[in-house]
Each structure stands twice: as C-alpha cells, then as structure tokens.
Design a protein around this ligand. Sequence first.
Ligand code: ARG
Length: 403
Amino acid sequence: MSAPKSVRRVCLAYSGGLDTSVILRWLIEQYDCEVVAYCADVGQEEELSGLPEKAKATGAVDCVIRDLREEFVRDYVFPAVQANAVYEGVYLLGTALARPVIAKHHIEVARETGCDAVAHGATGKGNDQVRFELTFRALAPELQVIAPWRDWDLRSRTDCLAYAEKHGIPVTATLKKPYSIDRNLLHCSFEGGILEDPWRAPEEEMFILTQSPEEAPDVPAEVVIGFEEGCPVQVDGERLEPAALLQRLNQLAGSHGIGRVDMVENRFVGLKCRGVYETPGGTLLHAAHRAVESITLDREVMHERDRLSPRFAELVYNGFWFSPEFDFLRAAVLRSQQNVTGEARLKLYKGGLQVTGRQSPVSLYSEELATFEEDAGAYDQADATGFIRLQGLRLAARPTDSD
Ligand code: ARG
C-alpha cells in the first residue's frame, strides 16, 4: 500500500459494528491522528443509544449523531418519486438515494469538528464508495479521503476479529451475518451470501420490511395517497410530514407483501451483482404518483419527462447527485410537476397493487371529451378522417416489400 499521508483529525462514518470499529482504531494506529465518529440516522433502526460511549471506548475523541430522516425523505426520496426514477426497470434506488445526504452531513460534521480528512467503510467493489467520494469531491475537495478497505491488509472478517481482539476493541455481535444488508426509511437491501448464486431463491426468513405475499391478509386494503406538485403530502386524508408518511406506507404495504424486487444489476464499477430489495412504501408512492400524473400532466410534458427518468435514475445510481448535469435534470423534472396535484386510490392484495381511482382539482381529463356517448360538439369525429389521411400520406407513398 501507498505510504500514509499526514492527517491530523479524521471524521469517520461510524456505525458501531465490527468493520467501522476496526477502522476507527486502524486510523489512529496508521496515521497517529484523532478520530471523530459520525453516525447518520436515515432510518436504519439500529440502536443509537450508547454509540458515543462505544466510539470513545474504541478511541474516538468525539461522536456526532445526526438525524437525517426528514431531510432524506423530503429532499432525496420525494424528488426521485417526482422523476419516476427507477434503475434498470425495477430498482427504486433505496441505497443510492441515501448516500448523498449521508455524505453531505459527513462533510459538515468534518468541518465543524476541525477535521482535515474523511473516512468511510465502503469496500472497493461497490457503488457506495463512488457515491460517497463523488459527493466529497463535489462539496469539499479540500478534504482528504481515506477508504481503509482499499488500503489495509485485513482481507476477511476473521482478520478484522483478530485485529479487534489484539487492540481490545469492544465488539458485541460476533455472529457472521449471512447477507450484506443496508436499511433505511425507503428500503432494505440484501446482497452476498447465498444470493451470490443468481439462480438461488432468497429464503423467506431473510425479509425484514415485508410479509410474504402468501401470508398477507386475505382481505385487500385500500389507501388514498394525496400529492401536491408531485410531492406526497397525505395518506387517507391525513396530512403527514415526509418521514412519517413514508413510515405509514411502509407499514401498510409491508403487511400486504408489497415491494419485493429480486434482480441482477449493473454496478457502476463494472460488475453485475444480484440484489434483493424491499421497498414497500416507495412502491406505493411510485404507482400513486403515476396515476395522479395521468390526469394532471400534459401529454408532451409527460413524454419529455419520461425520457429523462432513466437518465435521472442512472445519475443517482452512479453517485452524481451533486453534479451540473443532475441540477439540470432536477430543474426540468421540478418544472414538470407544477400541476401534479391530486390523489390516487390503490388496492393492495397479496403482494400486488392496483390503481382503482384518481382525481384532481386541476385535472386535465375531460369526461365530456372522452365519452362514448353523444358529446356537446367539442370533438368532431369527422375531423379524425383528415387527421388520419395526412398521417397516412407518407405511409401510403412508401414502396411495399413486393415492389
Ligand atoms: N446494490 C445496491 C446499490 O448499489 C445496494 C447496495 C447496498 N449497499 C451495501 N453496503 N450493502 O444501490
């Protein structure tokens, strides 16, 4: 490995688990520096009480915990819903959306505590290192970045445990985790372990946020989700703040087995990877949002925005949240959402969902125009004759195969 550069004080993204505990101590040994532990709460539901004590027992000079749940949902999840951002047709970007907000606050904490470097525990094979570090580059190019997994010679869990033992680092759970799990308010992801065989079905016990569709209630549930300018604001008539709204939908959709995805995706670093995701509330939001758009968006605006959606998803996935091209896309998406106000009704049943209604005070849908019954004359069916004749002109002029 390259010779360590000199750093005085490092801000480390810390969870209290084995990996980041070992990293904490390794930084001190390697750089003879101080370490400030930083922990972001994005709804991973890990025990945060006692974390500062644990960090300090491992050698940190300080430990800062930030509750980012509201900001995560309001400023990252909802914009992705507005964009209908879905990666490779199915992934709702639960992990990718949380990375920029975690990294943004990582930098803030680093600056506030006088650090000259930041460190994270993402491995050298994944997307997360890219997402964290591109955000660091974009927002704080002056900070040094340390990624121990790419530098040190600890190669396995066993190596880490041995290191912890040798340095008297407190580690609680020593049981090997069967999967790499990343959980937040939007989703839970599973990778690795038996999932590395893409043919092998996931075990039912693995799932955390969703009931199995088979075990879900035999009676369907209905929910009405309200949007203002493309942002979710209401559930069944009750106004809720972003995090609480998503939490409510997670509960409901999860109990009906909704939002599971099993895919092999293309990582930005160039390899294919099998991932299993649970995104219960997010799945409802995407469906309801589309339904409200169907009556409130102009056709051409919708189709322009639809062309941007896959690119928006790709930029989020690849870690370019803070980039000029992404600013541009966001502005365009935001402009498209001005009239997206209204509500959609969904029916949830055994892992599936159906839109059963949509309404809006600013609907562009006209029963008068669409009716199969006699209309008042706004649409003259005879006009369609000329419309089709002109559309067909060049089709008729084209030589046929037999010519
Ligand atoms: N493959 C997904 C993504 O790249 C999930 C990554 C989960 N990260 C983790 N450290 N377990 O967005």
